[in-house]
Design a binder for this molecule. Structure first.
Ligand code: HEM
Length: 173
């Protein structure tokens, strides 16, 4: 193969690697960032701003309305790019060598944490939101507290996943 064709091929492979990494790392980072902003800034500040609970509920529902399938698309992107990385030379599954056990343990933990975060999202989106929308004023405080707790679990799971991804890469050899 002529050297310039070979060089072009190498650049294209590297560009694809960078794109898969970008989807994975940006997707995960955005998920963590948006959740932190929502739970620790938007919800408490907006709650202070509105005098009536009903107005706050209207506002927050308007903000999140239509977000479900965008988040699902982001989660699919993170999962698909994670599977892509698992097969990519230089990022893929480490099954031999001194750090194989550690790497595989981290990888299993990453999958489990992703499952936990995705499960929490499904619970919030399909169970808690409908319950919140139709809640009586007496039921609302308990539902809001549950929202907060599930949100914190998602933030911890995703932030740990991010740290474990970096650790897996650094300790792969
Ligand atoms: C919220 C979820 C996730 C976040 C925030 C996240 C974040 C990261 C980060 C920051 C890296 C480091 C990139 C590098 O330098 O290679 C990484 C690597 C990686 N992630 Fe994830 N990840 C998530 C979910 C997943 C899932 C579900 C899978 C598997 C399907 C996965 C598989 C991998 C693999 C194979 C690597 C490469 C490790 C290596 O280079 O040794 N990740 N992840």
């Amino acid at each position: 193969m002529p050297p310039n064709v070979l060089a072009l091929e190498t650049h294209l492979v590297r560009l694809s690697e960078a794109s898969v990494l970008a989807v994975h790392v940006l997707g995960g980072g955005i998920w963590v960032g948006v959740m932190v902003f929502s739970i620790f800034v938007l919800h408490p500040r907006a709650e202070q701003h509105f005098k009536r609970d009903a107005d706050f509920e209207d506002f927050i529902f308007t903000v999140v309305h239509g977000a479900r399938w965008k988040v699902v698309a982001g989660m699919v992107g993170i999962l698909a790019s994670g599977v892509g990385l698992s097969l990519w030379p230089g990022h893929g599954i480490v099954s031999e060598g001194p750090t194989a056990g550690l790497w595989l343990g981290i990888y299993a933990a990453k999958l489990a944490l992703f499952g936990l975060a995705a499960g929490c999202f499904a619970y919030v989106s399909w169970v808690l939101w409908p319950r919140r929308t139709f809640a009586t004023p007496e039921e609302l405080p308990a539902i809001k507290a549950l929202f907060w707790r599930v949100g914190v679990v998602m933030i911890l799971a995703n932030a740990t996943n991010l740290v474990l991804g970096i650790a897996a890469h650094v300790w792969r050899s």
